[in-house]
Design a protein around this ligand. Sequence first.
Ligand SMILES: Cc1cc2nc3c(=O)[nH]c(=O)nc-3n(C[C@H](O)[C@H](O)[C@H](O)COP(=O)(O)OP(=O)(O)OC[C@H]3O[C@@H](n4cnc5c(N)ncnc54)[C@H](O)[C@@H]3O)c2cc1C
Length: 301
Amino acid sequence: MSKTHDLVVIGSGIAGLSAARQALESGLSTLTLESLLYGGLVTNINELDGEIQGSGIDLASSLMMKVRKLGAEHLPAGATSMTAEGEDLVVHSDTGAHRASAVIIASGARLRRLGVPGESEFEDKGVSHCADCDGPYYQDRDVVVVGGGDSALQEALVLSAYAKRVHLLHRGEHFRARRHFTERILGSSNISVQWRTRVEAVLGGDAVQAVRVRNLDSEAVDEIACAGFFAYVGLEPACGFVPDAVLRDRDGALLTDAGLRTAMPGVFAAGAVRSGYGGLLTGAVAEGRAAAKSALAMIRS
Ligand SMILES: Cc1cc2nc3c(=O)[nH]c(=O)nc-3n(C[C@H](O)[C@H](O)[C@H](O)COP(=O)(O)OP(=O)(O)OC[C@H]3O[C@@H](n4cnc5c(N)ncnc54)[C@H](O)[C@@H]3O)c2cc1C
C-alpha cells in the first residue's frame, strides 16, 4: 500500500476541522475521517456562549466549506485502529486503510452517562442529550437536568424557554460554572435547583414519567415527576481505537507534550480528546491549528 496522504485527521469536530484547515494552508495533503456528524458536539448548540458566538451548525459548516475549498479529502468513516509501519502510520477505518506520515487525533468526547437504571431504556423516550433539538417537545411540561458545570446550566437555560419547570439537580453545594450562567439560573422563575441530590433511577412506562432522587445529606428518597431527562455530567474521551502506545491520563484522555505530540511518534492530539483541554471552542480551534503546525514541522524536518 503506498502512502495516501501527508496527514490523516481523525474526527471532524471544530478541533479536527481547524487542524485540517491549517495543514491544507501549509500545503499538506490531508484526509479527514468522520464517523458521525461533521462539526461534532457544537452541532447541537444553537447559541454558542463565549468568544466564538452564533450557532454551532453555522460555525461547523463554514469551517467545513473552507476545508473543502482548500482541497481536503473527506471520508465519512470511523477510525477503528492505528498502527506504525516503518516510518509511516496506518489508520484503519470501516472503509479501508489510510497511510500517512502524521496523524492528528481529534475524535473529541461524548457526554458521560450516569449509568442509573432506566437511563438506557428510555433513550429517545424522554432521555435526551440535546436541549436545542428536543426542547420544543417539552413545551409546558417538567424536565430534569443533572449537573453543575457550564453545559448543564447552559442547557437548563435553553430548556427553561419551553418547559413549565426545569428541575436542576446537582450533587454539590455550588456550581462549577461561569458566573453569568449561575446568575441567570438563580434568577430564573421556572428553574428550581436541588443541591446535594443524586439521581438513582429514571422511571416510566412507555416514556419517562419521573426520576427517583436521594438527598445526600438526609438520605431521603423522593420522586420528581417529569417528561424529559437531560444529564450533563462531564465528557468521556472518544479514543477506544487509539493504541496503548498513546498514553492516557486517569480519565482516559490522551496525554501530549506542549507541541501536542503524543507518546507515539508522528501522532498528535487536539481538542476534547486531549488531557488538559480547556473545554471551550477557542481552545479547540487553537489546538487544532497548533497540532497541524507541529505535524508540519515533523514532516518537513
Ligand atoms: C452541551 C454543551 C454545550 C456547549 N456549549 C459551548 C459554548 O457555548 N461555547 C463553547 O466555546 N463551547 C461549548 N461547548 C464545548 C464545545 O462544544 C467543545 O469543547 C468542542 O466542540 C470540542 O470540539 P472537538 O473537535 O475537540 O470534539 P467533538 O466536537 O467531540 O468532535 C469530535 C468528532 O470526532 C468524531 N469521531 C469520534 N470518534 C471517531 C472515530 N473513531 N473516527 C472518526 N471520527 C470520530 C465525532 O463524531 C465528532 O464529530 C459545549 C459542550 C457541550 C457538551
